[in-house]
Design a protein around this ligand. Structure first.
Ligand SMILES: Nc1nc2c(ncn2[C@@H]2O[C@H](COP(=O)(O)OP(=O)(O)OP(=O)(O)O)[C@@H](O)[C@H]2O)c(=O)[nH]1
Ligand SMILES: [K+]
Ligand SMILES: [Mg+2]
Length: 451
């Protein structure tokens, strides 16, 4: 983006409100300010002004805030007009600004310019969107910390350590004849960096869990008690429960929080070879959800086969995304007589025995859900993070380990240097030093207009 165009947008939410704010940024802002306000207000001071139309008529009166470049949010000349919050009035004032040479801003374009002008890095820019979209107090608190640059500082510290290693290794490449320090960098030199990367990855994962949570799909044969489980977790009669098998056909979604961990629950149609076309479609949808789940809870009715060790059907196990756990929940133990609890079987399957109806074993099940996700509680979060941050850190960690392995077998220093260079590039994706236009487009299009 060239930053040559001047952009404008209404920055306050749609609808009537006490105050409505219009934001203008870019090289034409100064001209627009003079045309509409009569003069350029003193920088960074609230100034009462009339906002004038093309013929000099007063459209509104309010506070004008003038931030000359570079000391502004975007780094460009920026003007904020704070007038009355009537939607028609705001449209009028915006039309006037556009008529004076600005164009409508795209979603997130102000923040994108702030990023491109070095006012904040990419992780901080994402934190702005997270702050605005935060649904819980914890999410807001962590997004605010990311916006303050707490996450970015951790990433930068890692990059610094990495750069130090690169300098040592690449110096050897550039001056191979100098005998002074021709000894290869010890593998131990990588260990500290790898430990730091592992620590940051774990904290980033907590931040991602608190921001995005996970999707848990409740599946199993008809009448196992899937909808009853959804209702018990939600704490209300969200789903229809009857003793008739095949009650649920549509997918039913509900969001819950376990101790600050957001969980998107999906109740599904009972899995069986249905003849009814509506139920068939329900089963098809259930399978499609399983294929996208972060965790599948497979219910069985324990009164049906209390003696057997129920197995996980192969087709279900294979439909799951790689790495997503599947848990067997033996329900209705109030009637089968089994003791409540969580146990890991010899074949590696984790089994939860509980009664959704009486609540026996349900607390242990809730604890188990958190533990499987690796969630350490609301206080474990230090900053907000996204999936792409976790992925980038994971890649950097693998590249660091590859560099250490290469140094262990005394591989060519070029190889070690290349792994380190790639690790640094992975970390650079988080803060945006390395970012494709496609990635930027994806990130900023999620913003609201005027931000
Ligand atoms: N005794 C007992 N009955 C239960 C328990 N959980 C559910 N039920 C009963 O089992 C029956 C079926 O429950 P649902 O929740 O509708 O089962 P479902 O798996 O959603 O069934 P479909 O939607 O038809 O596939 C209902 O009569 C429930 O009251 C339990 O823990 N103990
Ligand atoms: K049912
Ligand atoms: Mg149901």
């Amino acid at each position: 983006m060239d930053g040559q165009e001047t952009i404008a947008a209404i920055a306050t939410p749609p609808g009537a409100g006490a105050i409505g704010i219009i934001r203008i940024s870019g090289p034409g802002t100064r001209q627009i300010a003079k045309a509409m306000l009569g003069d350029l207000p003193p920088p960074r001071q609230a100034s009462l002004r009339s906002f004038r139309g093309e013929t000099g008529d007063v459209l509104d009166q309010g506070v004008a805030l003038w931030f000359p470049s570079p000391a502004s949010f975007t780094g460009e000349d920026l003007l904020e007009l704070q007038g009355h919050g009537g939607p028609r009035l705001l449209d009028l004032v915006l039309a006037r600004v556009l008529g004076a040479g600005a164009r409508s801003a795209r979603p997130g374009e102000f923040t994108e310019r702030a990023f491109l002008n070095g006012k904040l890095d990419l992780a901080q820019a994402e934190a702005i969107a997270d702050l605005i979209q935060a649904a819980t107090a914890t999410q807001a608190r962590l997004a605010s910390r990311s916006l303050q640059g707490i996450f970015s500082r951790h990433v930068r510290a890692l990059v610094e350590g990495l750069t130090h290693l690169r300098v040592l290794i690449e110096a050897g490449l550039d001056f191979p004849d100098e005998e002074l320090d021709a000894r290869p960098v010890e593998p131990a030199a990588f260990d500290e960096l790898i430990a730091a990367a592992e620590g940051l990855l774990s904290r980033t994962h907590q931040g991602e869990l608190i921001r995005d949570g996970l999707m848990v799909v409740i599946a199993g044969p008809p009448n196992a008690g899937k909808s009853s489980l959804l209702n018990a977790l939600v704490g209300s009669d969200a789903a229809i429960v009857t003793e008739i098998p095949g009650t649920t056909r549509d997918l039913l979604r509900a969001e819950i929080q376990l101790d600050g961990l957001p969980i998107r629950l999906v109740d599904t149609a009972g899995l069986r070879a249905a003849t009814d076309p509506i139920e068939q479609e329900g089963v098809r949808r259930a399978r499609a959800e399983i294929a996208q789940a972060d965790h599948v809870i497979l219910l069985t009715d324990d009164t049906q086969s209390p003696e057997a060790e129920p197995s996980i059907p192969r087709d279900i196990a294979e439909a799951l995304p790689t790495g997503a756990p599947i848990t067997l929940l033996r329900n209705k133990i109030d009637r089968s007589g089994r003791a409540a609890g969580v146990r890991e079987r010899a074949d590696g399957v984790t089994e939860v025995a509980c009664s959704v109806l009486t609540g026996a074993g349900m607390d242990a099940f809730r604890q188990y859900l958190k533990a499987v996700a690796g969630y350490q509680g609301p206080d474990s979060g230090e900053f907000s993070a996204r999936r792409r941050h976790v992925d980038a850190l994971q890649r950097a960690l693998e590249q660091l380990k590859a560099a250490r392995d290469a140094s262990r077998i005394a591989a060519a220093p070029e190889l070690i240097a290349e792994e380190l260079r790639q690790a640094q590039a992975s970390l650079g994706e988080i803060t945006g030093e390395v970012a494709s236009d496609e990635l930027l487009g994806r990130i900023f299009s999620e913003f609201c207009i005027g931000k």
